[in-house]
Design a protein around this ligand. Structure first.
Ligand SMILES: [Zn+2]
Length: 391
């Protein structure tokens, strides 16, 4: 029977090794390998090589397929000093991995060479407690919560839809919320716009909503834009970096503008609209699903498109639709579930009925179609006024 030294010697003779500089070159290459850290949890917690996946040696056989499903792709394994990873490399070869190398000298040598390392991120005790009901869901968990805290969501409007959407996104721990709204809180808003209160009458809605959000969750950074979204400012606002746009606009020029901008900037839009007892919600995912213009190439004539201000709305309806928008937004941020892209969800509050309409991309769509004719912002007010937008 060989002793440990002899066995190690024998295994090292059967596998391939790279040094830290070679490993770095592979990782920086055009076709980087899967990098597997086979150390124990406490070692991993003290730092690891960026882009590594953690599969402790004891779980290698059972978990490697999840980390590296493609057996033909190169795998680099490492441990602290290069011995455990040598055994791991042999095991991976036996499991059918075609191209496995072990990092000689391991993490210790990598660090000694001054190569980059990374500390794993985790939630502190206060965040673990605040988001404990998320941590309990396997589909969210700590990783998902960290993703939410890294997410940036821009809300167009802090009114009926923006209120519930922003509050639920803030409560869920979406780390950055932008609010575009140029209105002030007035008494007619308070029947439904729950981010505001009697005490904030007369304040900018963006400020009023920010105060409510900050009181709810100090983890959330709120960025306010007290201006109406226009062709002139939209690129500047989107340049601040947003993962998802929640469209709670109550007018057609803004909807078309948000749509065109989202296609130009490739940002998904969670769209909602409400009128009296009826609400609609869908997701416009640029180039993956239809956009707003695929559905409505032209706006309705103004006389057939009354707003809530003109037609009224049941106070709770925006709460329902705005919450559905928050739901879609959280799913997009987490990368889970089936989004409403390609589906328009309709809600009838009087009948208490949901129904769904399938939406398709229009290959002739002027913005997201095969040969787009609208490639820059237009005059949206004119476009929606019933007069031809182009002379
Ligand atoms: Zn389209």
């Amino acid at each position: 029977m060989p002793n440990y030294r002899e066995l190690l010697q024998q295994v090292k003779g059967e596998i391939d090794e790279v040094d830290a500089a070679q490993a770095r070159a592979l990782l920086d290459g055009a076709d980087p390998p899967v990098l597997v850290d086979v150390r124990e949890q406490d070692e991993w917690d003290e730092g690891h090589i960026p882009s590594a996946v953690h599969v402790p040696r004891g779980f290698l056989e059972s978990r490697i397929e999840q980390a590296a499903p493609d057996r033909s792709r190169q795998v680099v394994v490492y441990c602290a000093g290069g011995n455990r990873s040598a055994f791991a490399a042999k095991t991976l070869k036996e499991l059918g991995y075609e191209n496995v190398v072990s990092l000689a000298g391991g993490y210790t040598d990598w660090k000694r060479n001054g190569l980059p390392t990374q500390l794993p991120r985790s939630l502190d005790a206060a965040k673990r407690q605040r988001y404990s009901r998320h941590l309990l869901i396997p589909e969210v968990g700590e990783e998902g919560q960290l993703r939410l805290l890294d997410s940036r969501v821009l809300l167009i409007g802090a009114g009926g839809l923006g209120s519930p959407a922003s509050l639920y996104l803030a409560a869920a721990g979406v780390g950055r919320l932008g609010i575009v709204d140029d209105d002030r809180v007035d008494a007619t808003n308070l029947q439904r716009q729950i981010a505001h209160s009697t005490a904030t009458l007369g304040d900018w809605k963006a400020d009023s909503a920010r105060a409510t959000i900050e009181a709810l969750n100090p983890d959330v950074e709120v960025v306010t834009y007290k201006e109406r979204l226009t062709s002139e400012n939209v690129d500047r606002i989107l340049a601040d970096g947003w993962d998802v746009i929640v469209d709670g606009a109550d007018n057609f020029p803004t909807r078309y503008l948000v749509n065109d901008a989202s296609v130009f900037h490739d940002i998904p839009v969670v769209h909602g609209s409400i009128y009296r007892f009826e609400g609609q919600v869908t997701v416009f995912k640029p180039h993956e699903g239809p956009c707003y213009r695929c559905l409505f190439p032209t706006p309705p004539p103004p006389e057939l498109a009354p707003s809530c201000a003109e037609g009224g709305v049941l106070g709770v309806l925006p709460g329902i639709i705005g919450s559905l928008q928050a739901n879609e937004t959280l799913k997009l941020a987490l990368g889970i579930g089936d989004s409403l892209a390609g589906r328009l969800l309709l809600f009838d509050a009087l009948a208490a009925e949901f129904s769904e309409v399938t939406l398709r991309r229009d290959p002739k769509c002027p913005v997201c179609g095969e040969h787009p004719t609208i490639t820059e912002y237009i005059d949206y007010v004119e476009f929606c006024s019933g007069r031809p937008a182009h002379a």
